[in-house]
Design a protein around this ligand. Sequence first.
Ligand code: ADP
Ligand code: MG
Length: 696
Amino acid sequence: MERPFEEFGSMVFGEKEMADRLPRPVYQSWKKTVANEGTLDRQTADAIAHAMKLWAMERGATHFTHWFQPMTGGTAEKHDSFLEPGSNGEAMARFSGKMLIKGEPDASSFPSGGLRATFEARGYTYWDVTSPVFIRDNVLCIPTVFVSYTGEALDRKEPLLKSIHAISTAATRVVNLLGDKDVKSCDISVGLEQEYFLIDRKYFEQRLDLKFTGRTLFGTASPKRQELDDHYFGSIPMRVSAFMKDVNKELWKLGIYAKTEHNEVAPGQFELAPVFSKGNIAVDQNQLTMDILRKTAEKHGLACLLHEKPFEGINGSGKHDNYSIVTDDGQNLFAPGDKPSENIRFLVFVSAFLKAVDTYPILLRMSASCTGNDHRLGASEAPPSIISVYLGSYIEDILYSLYSGKNNKKGDRESAAAFSPVSGLSYIPHDNTDRNRTSPVAFTGNKFEFRMLGASMSASFPNTVLNAIMAESLHEIADQLEGIKYLQDVREKALEICRTIIHDHKRILFSGDGYSSEWVKEAERRGLPNVKSFIESVDILNDEKVRNLFTSLNIYSENELRANRIIMAERYSNIMGIEVRTLLEMTRKDVIPSMCAELGFYGETAQSLPKAAIPSFISSRIKELSDLIESTEASCAALEEAFSALPSDIFARGRKIYDEIGPLMKDVRKNIDTYEEKASRRFYKLPLYEDILFDI
Ligand code: ADP
Ligand code: MG
C-alpha cells in the first residue's frame, strides 16, 4: 500500500536530520546560532557543510545554490556543482563551510534602486541559518540573504529577519513586564493561504497577454460566469485533482504541511493553504509553493495563473496572511483564552495591534500592493483599499466594555458554552469570531488575517511591516509600564493604556460591509485614508514617520528605503510598459485583422446578393465593423502616443501611467470586447473567456 506521508520532509535537511547526522557539539552550536545566542565558527560550519553534502548526494544532488529573494519579489539561484578536480586530477565532491555560509552570485543585473553602482556591483549572499536547506531537482538549495558590498539589503529576506528580531524584542519586553519573566524571545507564526487559477495550457500558449503579463488584457464576459456559485467548494475536477496530488507530493517532500485545498468562487480558481509555521519559513515556503504550482501545472498540460486579476468580471486571487505572535515557550499572544475580559495580556496585544494599524494604514496598504493587485483591491470581491479592522462582536464587546468601564463578561466562555447547534456532542469548539469576508484585516480566533495581499506577491514585505508597526506599538506600551513596582499596579496601568488606545483608535474598527459605497463615505468621515493605487501608496516610504519607524528599529536604512521606493516605481512602470506593448501587438496583429476579415466576409456576402435581398443585419454589421476598426485603431494610436510622451522621472511616470495610460488601455479593451461579443469564430481565433474558464 502506498503510504502518502512516507516521504514527508525527505528533501529537507531539517532539525531531526541535523541532530542525527552532526556531532553533538556541532549540532548544539548550530542550535545556539539559530536561537541568536552565538555565532558559527569555521570548524562548525565545515562540519555542517560536510554532513549536508553527504546527505544531499545520497539524494542525488550534484549542485548547490544560494537561494535568495531579490527585490523583484521572486527568488533567484545560480547553480554550482560540487565537482572539483582533486590533487591527482580525480573528480572530487567538495562543499566547505565557506561555500555554505557565503556566496558572491555577481547578480548585478537585479534592481538595486541605486544601492549598487555597476562599477561596484558586488553583492553577497549569506546563509540564513533559521530556514532549512532543501533539495530540488538535484540542487541543494541554501536559503540566504542578499546584501551589497557595503552591507545594505538587496533582498526582501534580510529586512524580514531584522523585523522578526524587532518584534521579538518588543513583545518579550511587554510579556516580561506583565509578569511572565520566563519568556526569553518571541517569533511570529504565519499561515499563507494561496489562491490561483488553473487553465488549459493551450489557451495560455495562444494568448500573448497571458504569457507576458499573466492576465487577459481584454475579453468579454462569458455567457456563464460565477453567478451560480456552482464551482465554489464543488467537487474538484479529475485533472485538477491529479495536479493537486502531485503538488502535495512535492510540497510534502519539502516539509511543507500543505493541508487545505478547495475550489474557490470563480470558475477555474482554487486555493491551497498550508499549516502555519514560523514567519520566515512560511514566507520561504510560500515562494516554493508558487514555483511548484507553476511547474506542476506545466507537467499536467495546465497553466497556473498567480496574477491578482487574470479575468475581468471574475473574482481575483489573493493571499491571506494569518499572523500571530508566539513566545519561545509556545504561548500565542493573540489567544484570548477562556476569559478574555480578564486576560490583560491578550487585551494589551490586541490594543497594540489596533494602534499599529491605525497609525500606519497607508504603509500596510502599500505592503500588500503591486501592479496586478490594483485591479483587485476595491473591486467588489476583494478587500477595499481602505484599511480597517474587524474584531467580531465577541472581542469588540469586550473592548468596548473595558473602555466604558462597565464590567461586561458577556463574551466569556462560560456564557458562550450555551452555544450548541447539534445535540449529542459534549465538546464543541466555538469560534469566538463570526466571519466578515469584506474586511482587509480580521481577527479570526487567535490570529489576525490580513487579506489584502496579492496572490503573486512575496509575503515578506507585508510581514516585515506588520512586525515593525507592532514592535513600535509594543515598545510604546512597554515604556509606560517600565518602572512600576507592583504587578497589580502594572496590570491597572495596562488596562488604562488599553482604554486610551481604544479611545484614540476605535475609528479603525469596522464590522459592516467593506464593499459598500456607504463605507467609503463613512471612512472618509472618520479620516481613514483611501489611497486608490499602488503607485500612489509607494510614496509612503518617503514619509518621515515611516522612515523613523524603520530606521529606529534597525530594519531598513534611509538608503534602503529610497532604493525600495525606486525599485517599486520602476517595476510598476516596466510591467505597465509590457502590458501596453502586448495590448498594441495583439490588437494590431490578431484583433484588427480578424475584424477586417469578418468585414470582408459580410462585404462579399452583400455583393453576391441582389440589392433588395441584402438582410438589414448584414448592412448594419458592415457599418458596425467598419466603425469598430476605425475606433480600435484610433484607441491604439492614442495609447501609443500617450505612452511615448511619458516623463522619464520614475515617480511622475508612474502617476501618469495610472492616471492616463490605464484609461486609454480601457478604451482599447472596450473596442475589442464589443467586437468579441459578436465576433465570428471563423475569423476570430483568440481563446475567449468561455473557452479558458470552463475547460479544465
Ligand atoms: P480560512 O479560509 O477560513 O481563512 P484556512 O483554514 O483556509 O481558513 O486558513 C487559515 C490559515 O491560518 C492556515 O494556513 C492556518 O494554518 C493558519 N493559522 C491558524 N492558526 C494560526 C496562528 N495562530 N497563527 C498564524 N496562522 C495560523
Ligand atoms: Mg482566509
